[in-house]
Design a protein around this ligand. Structure first.
Ligand SMILES: Cc1cc2nc3c(=O)[nH]c(=O)nc-3n(C[C@H](O)[C@H](O)[C@H](O)COP(=O)(O)OP(=O)(O)OC[C@H]3O[C@@H](n4cnc5c(N)ncnc54)[C@H](O)[C@@H]3O)c2cc1C
Ligand code: FES
Ligand code: FES
Length: 476
């Protein structure tokens, strides 16, 4: 039995855990304000808020309901556009109308829910952060200037009004209720969720498939999941946590990309990783996509995998009978072929804390800056002291059947003095390690050229004086 709160109503349902939340909202509940556009996580029209009790406070996140397994709403608060309605439209909605932020209106509920997710989650309002929250919402008619103006005015309005308010922990919802941005039932939700939790009954269920965030599975194979009880790894606390142990950083397999991006541990020891993850999908996708899902999906262009390859990450695999460790560089055996049995789950990953003078860089080429997968991506990690290369590790995505670690190139660079010629030679070696194919993201020649330029971009970042224009323009 799945028990949750939908807007202001307690719901109990026996539907399979793999049923799609969007279908439940629109078809079973007839709450048709939430729209269905792409059903692939690309448009944001289906965005809803999911609130969960964390340390006695309800934390809300925006998600794409089209990729969300219904079972994952258990003991949570789901807010659709209808659940944000007051007697009259609120200031944010008003601004969308007055500033020309809506025309046909199809995308508008998604934009409003994403924007409200921002207003609920953040304490210091500013436009740049707000834009990150709507990065996963697409509008085909309005043009984004009106939406931007609506957000700017809302932020200015709230910053002005909140001057006298207490903006400490737990207060943003209270403030937004008092300022008529949110209906007042929001205040009662923490207590209702606590009561649901107290009265829940543990049940034995026969699960048929592992799902974490569902952002790959519900795009690729949702028809196979909707009538099944899927096992929701994203709800397992023993697969979560980001912490330091001895000289290593550990990340639970079920941690989301947002968890990694926002982690204080990552910000302290490897802030560039956190920054690079801003180019992973959209806010809604990052709030769901997990570390292990990115690895097991085994896409050659997986962004986090690309970064973890240069960090020489280790995987901790577990099944009922067995526990073992394996390096990520050894894990991919061929296109979507892994050194993993069906019953093994990735419990965690780890990598060594970088020493103080490390160099890290991530480059990604995609058609849009945000919410787009890479045509080619590449990461760089290493130590170079007084032009002496202690070690450099380079990865390359989208140029082979697997996420590729450039092993020969990386060992060639070890213990050398860095010069313009060394960089040129390393690139030639790198080009011999790859085997790109022509597909929708570009021809094989184009991808080869992209990787060449991305490797140059790494060196240009740290040694601009060594990357001359003739190296950049050199024909391949
Ligand atoms: C709109 C959109 C944009 C995207 N943008 C990007 C992007 O910019 N960069 C990028 O790299 N990816 C992107 N992706 C792909 C996807 O979000 C990632 O690959 C994500 O990390 C998958 O994680 P998940 O938890 O959603 O996986 P799921 O879909 O839940 O699962 C994927 C696979 O992993 C298995 N699995 C999950 N967890 C475990 C575990 N702990 N142990 C063993 N097996 C497990 C599942 O059984 C399944 O086979 C995007 C996807 C969408 C829909
Ligand atoms: S319907 Fe497009 S993101 Fe869900
Ligand atoms: S107003 Fe028509 S899609 Fe945005």
């Amino acid at each position: 039995m799945i028990s949750f709160i939908l807007n202001n109503e307690i719901i109990k349902t026996d539907l399979p855990t793999g049923y799609v939340l969007l279908d439940y909202i629109r078809k079973n509940q007839r709450l048709t304000g939430t729209k269905e556009g792409c059903r692939e996580g690309d448009c944001g029209a289906c965005t809803v808020l999911i609130g969960e009790l964390v340390d006695d406070e309800v934390v809300y996140k925006t998600v794409n309901s089209c990729l969300f397994p219904l079972g994952d709403v258990h003991l949570k608060h789901v807010v659709t556009i209808e659940g944000l309605n007051l007697e009259t439209i609120n200031y944010l909605q008003e601004q969308f109308v007055y500033q020309g932020g809506t025309q046909c209106g199809f995308c508008t509920p998604g934009f409003i829910v994403s924007s409200m997710g921002y207003l609920i989650s953040c304490k210091n309002y500013n436009l740049n952060d707000a834009l990150i929250y709507i990065g996963g919402n697409i509008c085909r008619c309005t043009g984004y200037s009106g939406i931007r103006r609506a957000l700017t005015n809302t932020i200015n309005f709230l910053n002005e009004k909140l001057k006298g308010f207490n903006s400490g922990k737990n207060n943003s919802i209270k403030n937004l209720v008092e300022l008529n941005f949110l209906p007042d039932y929001f205040i009662t939700i923490p207590q209702k969720l606590r009561e649901l939790k107290e009265h829940q009954i543990e049940e034995k269920v026969n699960y048929q498939k592992f799902v974490s965030g569902g952002t790959d599975l519900y795009v690729q194979r949702w028809e196979e999941l909707v009538d099944k009880n899927v096992y929701l790894l994203s709800t397992k606390n023993d697969l979560k946590g980001i912490y330091v142990n001895n000289d290593e950083i550990f990340i639970g397999g079920a941690n989301t990309i947002s968890d990694v991006e926002e982690s204080q541990v990552i910000k302290q020891y490897l802030p560039e990783l956190s920054e690079s993850l801003k180019y992973f999908g959209s806010k809604q996708i990052r709030n769901r996509a997990t570390v292990a899902g990115n690895i097991v999906n085994a896409s050659p262009i997986a962004d986090l995998v690309n970064m973890l390859l240069v960090l020489d990450a280790k995987l901790y695999l577990e099944s009922e009978q067995n526990k073992r460790e394996i390096y990520l560089r050894e894990f991919f055996k061929g296109y979507k072929l892994l050194d993993k049995s069906d019953d093994e789950i990735i419990k965690a990953i780890s990598f060594k804390i970088p020493k103080e003078n490390y160099l890290f860089n991530f480059e990604k080429i995609s058609r849009r800056t945000y919410l787009d997968i890479a045509s080619v991506n590449s990461s760089f990690f290493g130590y170079i002291e007084n032009n002496f290369v202690e070690e450099i590790h380079i990865s390359a995505g989208g140029v082979a059947p697997i996420p590729l670690y450039l092993k020969t190139t990386s060992s060639f660079l070890k213990n050398k003095i860095i010069t313009k010629d060394l960089i040129a030679e390393a690139i030639e070696i790198g080009m011999n390690e790859i085997s790109p194919i022509s597909d929708a993201r570009g021809s094989a020649e184009y991808k080869e050229l992209l990787l060449r330029q991305l490797i140059l971009a790494h060196f240009e970042k740290f040694f601009p004086e060594l990357v001359s224009i003739d190296l950049v323009l050199k024909e391949v």
